[in-house]
Design a protein around this ligand. Sequence first.
Ligand SMILES: [Zn+2]
Length: 293
Amino acid sequence: MHPNDFAAETTTGPPGDPSHVGVRWLGTAGYELTCGGTTLLIDPYLTRVSLPRFVTGPLLPDVAAVDRVVGHADAVLVGHSHFDHVLDVPYIAKRTGAHVYGSRSTANLMQAAGLPAAQVTELDHGRTTVFEVGPFRVTAIPSAHSPFALGKKVPFPGDIPCTCELPVRGKHYRCGDVFSYRIDVAGRSLYHLGSANLIDEAVPKGGDGDVDLLLLCIAARFAVPDVIRRSLKAVRPRRVMPMHYDNFFRGAERSLQLLPMTRFGRFVDDVVGYDRDLTIATLPLLGRMELGP
Ligand SMILES: [Zn+2]
């Protein structure tokens, strides 16, 4: 389905209208959600450091690349503290004043970057946390990271320590605790699952009704048994948008390339096998759509 078809299907009001919910894919697991003048970012990663740079040196945000895309932001939700989810967050938070929500590992990184403690909320991985950002009601849910198929280990496990001194190399961006996010806004709901794994029983049941759109990481998913079906079963979305399949070692100005082992067709087969009436939505890199009721 072309993203414009999806937008046409779901159009309500113009941007700025409190009934308008905008969804923009920033690449990797990154999203920008907008409603009535409030902007929420999830795992924004625009730097897209090259593989040689990742391997050889400490990582710094590409501020020009961030500034080209990110304007105003009120809050940033961080799913886990790998570099491709969190590297740009300190710079974005400093520039915009956005409040940052994430794990202890993420909070340690923000402290190391000099962000005031009052601008950071450390989430407890032992429970679900609910908070509001303007019209957005956010539920942070304990989740899990997928292990790599080789060795079946979570890459760069453990926490970023509070003694961290920036900049650090990519391998020091430790995973930390992992959270997924349910977001309810203007009568609609989204669910962000930023790594291809989950704690099935932690996903809230019922509540405000069905999830309109599941933003689902499909990278590095094959060491997690049946993860697509389990994610769909736990979240029960009306539509699913695969994400984190783009090769994030490649700049956004170049054509999108799939990560190795994405097996996009297999993802489609898994979704159709679970529920052939479920809509699969996609966006181009940096593309937007409006989420209708
Ligand atoms: Zn990760």
